[in-house]
Design a protein around this ligand. Structure first.
Ligand SMILES: O=C(CN1CCCCC1)Nc1ccc2c(c1)OCO2
Length: 328
């Protein structure tokens, strides 16, 4: 039960946090994603152009890799990106936590966004019921590891523009302040999902009846219904929806109100306005892109991505299951 460990998570381009992961003795920088359930890697099965600028996994160079005959996978993410390929098993180590016989999905196709991205693949940390391997669905790294951990939990510490960490098996008191508040999780859809039926802009409360949210470390921004997005940016001087940028922008000098979201039936998580200035849209530094944007057509759902985790330590506890949060 002493496979507990903490693995550094490095911010990459403000878009994602990468964790160095050992797959069959080969080191790859993977995007840890609580919003999906597949562990997949760039592999030597990809075209040379797709492999460019990435570390790729070569199954022939791993003495512990075993092909999974007849198994395939194919995934499409909420942002339209995707990947697909074949499957095997290998020994995977993250920090000091090792899983033998972990399903490792080898990409032989990846969408253009992934070729541009800095990651060498993804390590899914959602529930295993949305893993895409067929004909036999596979388990996530955490699902396989949890029985060897002191507690069946992992936690995400993702501070802005600083090295963070994924803690496995124990909460790391150095990664949060105050006490951790919890809400029950509905895992039936595969996500770390909970009701989130109201929000506050600069202290004024607004309801989002019937809405649920997912805690999603693989999504960069905080994505929420159009009504909430409009309410927020109505409170920001000079903000407007920029079709070219595909979201709300505002003068980088604008003062941004805090945005609080209700987590379950407990209290609110408050994201300070300063964390809602995501990035300048160009090198002039005049206009900035907002960290709160529309979730689009996914009715009744909010997606709490890294902008949320820049303010809150997230505890993903399989006992429950439940989601915990505490200011970092
Ligand atoms: O697709 C993702 C996250 N995804 C994680 C794996 C890498 C590529 C990005 N998030 C997302 C992005 C936009 C969305 C959405 C979800 O739901 C509606 O709009």
């Amino acid at each position: 039960k002493r496979q507990d460990s903490s693995a550094p998570a490095s911010p990459s381009g403000g878009v994602e946090y990468l964790v160095e992961t050992d797959v069959g003795g080969q080191k790859l920088n993977l995007d840890f994603d609580t919003g999906s359930g597949d562990l997949w890697v760039f592999s030597t099965s990809l075209s040379a152009s797709s492999q460019a600028n990435h570390h790729v996994f070569n199954p022939s160079s791993s003495s512990t890799y075993k092909a999974m005959s007849g198994a395939t996978w194919r995934i499409i993410y909420g942002d339209g990106s995707g990947a697909s390929g074949t499957v095997g098993t290998d020994t995977v180590t993250v920090g000091g936590t090792t899983v033998k016989g972990q399903a490792v999905e080898l990409a032989n196709r990846v969408s253009a966004q992934f070729v541009q991205d800095a990651n060498d693949g993804l390590l899914g940390l959602s529930f295993s019921n949305i893993n895409t391997v067929r004909p036999t669905q596979q388990k996530t790294f955490f699902d396989n590891a949890k029985s060897s951990l002191t507690k069946p939990l992992f936690a995400a510490y993702l501070p802005l523009n600083a090295n963070g960490a994924y803690d496995f098996g124990a909460i790391n008191a150095r990664h949060h302040t105050g006490s951790v508040a919890y809400t029950d999780v509905d895992s039936s859809g595969g996500f770390w999902q909970f009701p989130s039926t109201s929000y506050k802009v600069g202290g004024t409360k607004h309801s989002l009846s019937g809405v649920s949210a997912i805690a999603d470390t693989g999504t960069t921004l905080l994505l929420i219904a159009d009504a909430a997005v409009t309410t927020y940016y109505d409170a920001v001087q000079g903000a407007s929806f920029d079709n070219q940028q595909g979201g709300y922008t505002f003068p980088c000098s604008a003062s941004l109100p805090d945005f609080a979201v209700r987590i379950g039936s407990t209290n609110y998580a408050t994201i300070p306005g300063s964390l809602i200035n995501f990035a300048p849209i160009d090198n002039s530094g005049r206009t900035c892109f907002g960290g709160i944007q529309s979730v689009g057509q996914i009715a009744g759902m909010s997606i709490y991505g890294d902008v949320f985790f820049n303010a809150y330590y997230g505890v993903f506890d399989d006992a429950g299951p439940r989601f915990g949060f505490a200011p970092i």
